[in-house]
Design a protein around this ligand. Structure first.
Ligand SMILES: O=C(O)CCC(=O)C(=O)O
Ligand SMILES: [Fe+2]
Length: 414
């Protein structure tokens, strides 16, 4: 089976974006000439070992040049943040689970599905509560302990192979990034069988000693949540019976799925207004489940501006990925998001990206395509995405953009 990597080509921070996909176009360019690190040479070897390594070598008081974004791509100054914080729609899974027909309970599920539909359409992001993922606390703890390991131990998992089942790295798309991001990561591919088994892959890090067990348990729990959410979103999108049942079988039951866990670490940064932890991007798959702490940093592109997400304690964040936007023929939005860093605290997040197996073709659902609402995307699969990121250097087009079918001017928008 092909191994997945969900790195995405970075795209333009959209100071001048306006609702279509043109704001996904450009990767950050190197800004200015290389300068010296404080007291040492700006040597690519050290930078390639990651941000934590850099910070551990001694206090950094200025941002090294390789991390400095051009002014047009920088986040708004931290001082203005409080005014842009946003509470995303909250979906209570307890309400969705209640399928009793008749009476108030049934109405509750219908109302919750309507809220879910609106969130997927209008935000592309929502928070879920009563999700039942009790493993969230322990996986967060083990992730923190992994990043606390000495650099040499973390680097054992460094790889330039984007298909490696386990990969430790830095920045976003390190091979292509002109400007580096203030982020280190550990990516773990979870295949169906391993997630279902009680012990996980021997390739996963063996330190901290409980990492494999804890990550496998979390992977199983998020996979369950993914299926539950797909069931609900497909029902919200297509209604019950006929189409919903057929697509549910196809999308989440019969043909397996793919899952990638990405643990992101964003150390405290000396000049946070000059850089980003992650550049604007959309996620590749169907749904992403994001676990984050109370340190704010995630921003989403909403109604023509960047808004900072205000995390609810204990909630998980969910967002629509490119595959789902394509399947829904554009009704559900795979929304640009980025991560800003701060000078006071380091931040950890854990993204679980879910989709279909890599060779499965995704296309707009036929029942969502008609004369009034023509097909908006070409068929795609994961291999097409990998080919795209391998060749994207220099052409500045996002993957989703590349799958778009140009709209005839007379067509009706949703
Ligand atoms: O760290 C975050 O809040 C977001 C991470 C993210 O967007 C990703 O891993 O794709
Ligand atoms: Fe993301």
């Amino acid at each position: 089976m092909a191994i997945l990597d969900l790195d995405l080509a970075p795209t333009t921070p959209p100071a001048h974006a306006c609702g279509d996909d043109d704001h996904r176009l450009q990767r950050p360019q190197r800004h200015g000439k290389q300068q010296d690190l404080v007291g040492e040479k700006d040597d690519d070897l050290n930078l390639s070992k990651g941000v934590r390594h850099l910070c551990e070598r001694g206090a950094i008081t200025r941002l090294p040049a390789r991390y400095v974004l051009p002014p047009s791509q920088r986040p708004a100054p931290t001082a203005s943040l409080s005014s842009t914080a946003c509470r995303l729609p909250v979906i209570d899974l307890a309400r969705l689970k209640n399928k009793k027909s008749g009476g108030g309970d049934h109405g509750d599920r219908a109302a919750a599905l309507a809220e879910l539909d609106a969130a997927c359409r209008d935000y592309g992001f929502f928070q879920v509560v009563n999700h039942g993922v009790e493993e969230a606390h322990s996986v967060f703890d083990v992730a923190r302990r992994f990043f606390d390991l000495p650099s040499a131990q973390r680097s054992r998992y460094a790889s330039s192979d984007i298909r490696a089942p386990v990969r430790y790295g830095t920045s976003f798309n390190q091979r292509n990034d002109g400007v580096l991001c203030w982020r280190d990561f550990l990516k773990i591919v979870v295949d169906d069988d391993k997630a279902a088994a009680s012990s996980s892959s021997a390739a996963w890090p063996d330190a901290p000693v409980d990492l494999r067990e804890v990550v496998a348990a979390y992977a199983r729990a998020t996979r369950r949540l993914f299926r539950e959410l797909m069931d609900a979103t497909l029902e919200a999108l297509l209604g019950v019976g006929g189409h919903h049942d057929k697509n549910k079988k196809k999308m989440i039951l019969e043909e397996g799925s793919s899952q990638m866990l990405v643990v992101n670490c964003y150390p405290a940064c000396p000049e946070p207004d000059l850089t980003l932890g992650m550049p604007p991007h959309s996620d590749y798959g169907l749904l992403t489940v994001l676990l984050q702490d109370q340190v704010k940093g995630l921003e989403i592109w909403h109604e023509g501006r960047w808004v900072l997400v205000d995390p609810i304690p204990g909630a998980l964040l969910v967002n629509i990925g490119d595959h789902f936007e394509i399947f829904s023929n554009g009704r559900y939005k795979s929304v640009l998001h980025r991560v800003r860093v701060n000078s006071a605290r380091s931040r950890i997040s854990l993204a679980s990206l879910h989709s279909l197996p890599p060779d499965r073709v995704i296309a707009p659902a036929p029942e969502l395509v008609n004369d009034m609402n023509p097909r908006r995307y070409m068929d795609t699969d994961f291999e097409a995405f990998l080919r795209h990121i391998a060749s994207a250097e220099g052409n500045h087009k996002s993957f989703l953009h590349s799958r778009r079918i140009p709209e005839p001017s007379s067509s009706v928008r949703q």
